[in-house]
Ligand binder design. Structure first.
Ligand code: NDP
Ligand code: 8X3
Length: 252
């Protein structure tokens, strides 16, 4: 029987690439995102390859997440892989200048939304004693950078939440992996810079970032590892990215 993957943030970037990768291999898809027209388009594109269930919702809506994820139709209610990918950065300003609405948005989506999705899907995995949860963290959860303030902190939450899930699930046949990508060309920067494509383009100018398909390939690899193997965390950067020196303020 074909297996089922639930992908949050399937309308773009990593999530969309992941949907395409798994559809091509016959997995049933549960696709989640706010932009319904994009879910419809993906459904149209992939319907010839596999069965698709579209769930247009905002992961920040706790009631809706729980309602929809806990009443999946019979063909889709055994989720083998949950990809907690929906997320965003808003702004790159220093903390004293940040908009609190942006901070709320990142915390509500990257932290709270991710926990709602996980909590809704976990009991089914536990009762079947089988499953894989792939959380999408970030290098920003490991390494601070100017303007990363709340975004990086939400991804540090994802890292520790992933590890704590492993601790709670010890003895069960359920795996949890936190993927921590570096710079990747998706709609991420357009969202971070609130629709300013010129500013977003500068992020990727004259370099070779990761591609969404690279992350989809890693998720595919994770889903096909032997069940006794758990990758706890996986930090991945493009070859053209590395660390800089620590910053030092000097008196003039
Ligand atoms: P994109 O902006 O291309 O995709 C983000 C996806 O998240 C979209 O499908 C969007 O769908 C969905 N999403 C955002 N907010 C919500 C919400 N409230 N409810 C439901 N879905 C939501 O960016 P990426 O593919 O790059 O981002 C995917 C993940 O990867 C994020 O968690 C991001 O933080 C992380 N990441 C990205 C990196 C990068 O450089 N690109 C590097 C490291 C991590 P919709 O708007 O339709 O709801
Ligand atoms: C996205 C990567 O470096 O822009 O999580 O924060 S970065």
């Amino acid at each position: 029987m074909s297996r089922t993957i639930l992908i949050t943030g399937a309308t773009s970037g990593f999530g969309k690439a992941c949907a395409i990768r798994f559809a091509g291999n016959g997995w049933r898809l549960i696709l989640v995102g706010r932009r319904k027209e994009r879910l419809d388009q993906l459904d149209t594109d992939l319907a010839s390859q596999t069965a698709v269930l579209k769930i247009p919702l905002d992961v920040r809506n706790r009631t809706e997440v729980l309602e929809k994820f806990q009443s999946l139709p019979p063909d889709f209610n055994e989720v083998d892989v949950l990809v907690n990918n929906a997320g965003l950065a808003r702004g790159l300003l220093p903390a004293p200048e940040c908009d609190l609405d942006d901070w709320d948005n990142m915390i509500d989506t990257n932290v709270k939304g991710l926990t709602y999705c996980t909590r809704a899907i976990l009991p089914g995995m536990v009762s079947r004693n089988s499953g894989l949860i792939v959380n999408i963290g970030s290098v920003a959860g490991n390494w601070p950078y100017p303007g990363g303030n709340v975004y990086g902190a939400t991804k540090a939450f994802v890292q520790q939440f992933s590890r704590n899930l492993r601790a709670d699930l010890l003895g069960k046949n359920i795996r949890v992996t936190n993927i921590e990508p570096g710079i990747a060309k998706t709609e991420f920067s357009v969202v971070r810079f609130k629709g300013d494509w010129a500013q977003a383009d500068k992020v990727y100018k004259n370099t070779e970032p990761l591609r969404a398909e690279d992350i989809a390939g890693i998720i595919w690899w994770l889903a096909n590892l032997p069940e006794h193997v758990n990758i706890n965390q996986l930090e991945v950067m493009p070859t053209m990215q590395a660390w800089g020196p620590l910053a030092i303020a000097r008196k003039s």
